[in-house]
Design a protein around this ligand. Structure first.
Ligand code: TYD
Length: 199
């Protein structure tokens, strides 16, 4: 099974991705985007560096380039070998951040996403829904997420546009995307995710 976790910065995805990977068993591959390959990690560094100004289209293409590497070199081979894969962010983040929030033409986002992943789409996606205020507090509580600076510094309306775009994805693809309330304790939220996946 290929599962992705999505949500705004501070929704608690990384913690929940780890718990989910543990629950799926020791052979599960846990990944995060962007990253996971040598080129992907270099692209992550570039995207992380808020002092490097990127146009929205260039930003979109770099996220998709990192994703193409991850799919071809890591995700597709793991799925072919019968492993479970859990990925912290995937195509929906690009739709929400570069499409919904940056305002790039949704058609271009869809084309580049499709070019990056081909038919390697997640079986299920968990959208962690959290109050924007709580998310900002959680995100501010961590200091080791510098990529987010590029996006968090954009302010509250940017975060609202991301959240709204995720909701539209969930409404459009209810068979793939399960919305999970991310309020409450870590174990409580993990229980909701496990239930949504029928574990
Ligand atoms: P990261 O430090 O991993 O943050 P988080 O823990 O919130 O996932 O940085 C990833 C950042 O990159 C995050 O702010 C979302 C953004 N992003 C995009 O804008 N588009 C994408 O396609 C992906 C995968 C991430």
């Amino acid at each position: 099974m290929f599962v992705t976790l999505e949500g705004v910065d501070g929704a608690g995805k990384s913690t929940q991705a780890r718990l989910l990977a543990d629950a799926l068993g020791p052979d599960t591959l846990l990944l995060r985007e962007p990253g996971g390959t040598p080129a992907g990690e270099r692209l992550r560094d570039l995207l992380k560096d808020g002092s490097i100004d990127l146009t929205p289209r260039a930003e979109l293409m770099l996220f998709c380039a990192a994703r193409a590497e991850l799919v071809d070199r890591v995700i597709a081979p793991a799925l072919e070998a019968g492993r479970h894969v859990v990925c912290d962010r995937f195509v929906d983040s690009t739709v929400a951040y570069q499409g919904g929030a940056r305002g790039i033409d949704p058609g271009l986002v869809a084309t580049l996403n499709a070019a990056a992943v081909g038919d390697c789409m997640p079986d299920r996606t968990i959208l962690l829904r959290v109050d924007t205020g709580v998310a900002v507090e959680r995100a501010e509580g961590r200091c080791e997420s510098p990529i987010s600076d590029r996006f968090e510094s954009e302010g509250a309306s940017f975060q609202d546009r991301i959240a709204a775009a995720f909701e539209r994805i969930a409404a459009a693809e209810p068979q793939r995307v399960a919305v999970v309330d991310a309020a409450g304790g870590v174990d409580e939220v993990h229980g909701r995710i496990a239930e949504a996946l029928g574990l």
